[in-house]
Design a protein around this ligand. Structure first.
Ligand code: CO
Length: 141
């Protein structure tokens, strides 16, 4: 059911410093920061050949990652995101199998403008999993 690893999200205390490390020490292609007020985070995307790293830091007072940073002051891995071709059927299959979808169980629009949902970390060995609906690509030109 799951396809590609879309991204790994890492919460960081200092986005500029984290981005500089990926660019200067790891030699990665680091994009400029983007505020995502609807999601309560500012993100920097690190583009890799086979996936992305999303460096995130809280934006605003009600950021969903503020508590994570309080508990992990030096930052840490927050979630992994897998692509699925059909998020509603993925949610059905998961809930039928006993896994919990966070929130009201309905997909939301994620940071890339595509439908996403999150699975309860207790059902996946302590790892927060995001599923993102990505339609199979058309033939590359
Ligand atoms: Co994500």
């Amino acid at each position: 059911m799951i396809g590609r690893l879309n991204h790994v999200a890492i919460v960081v205390p200092d986005l500029a410093a984290a981005g500089a490390k990926y660019r200067d020490l790891l030699g990665a292609e680091v994009q400029p920061p983007r505020d995502l007020p609807d999601h309560g985070v500012t993100v920097v995307f690190v583009a890799l050949d086979n996936t992305k790293i999303e460096l995130m830091t809280p934006l605003g007072e009600h950021s969903p990652v503020a508590k994570f940073l309080t508990e992990h002051p030096s930052g840490g891995m927050h979630h992994v995101c897998f692509e699925v071709p059909d998020i509603l059927s993925a949610a059905e299959r998961l809930t039928a199998g006993g896994a919990r979808v966070l929130g009201d169980g309905k997909p939301k629009t994620g940071a890339h403008g595509l439908p996403v949902l999150f699975l309860h970390p207790k059902d996946f060995d302590g790892t927060l999993i995001e599923l993102e609906e990505v339609k199979p690509a058309l033939d590359p030109a």
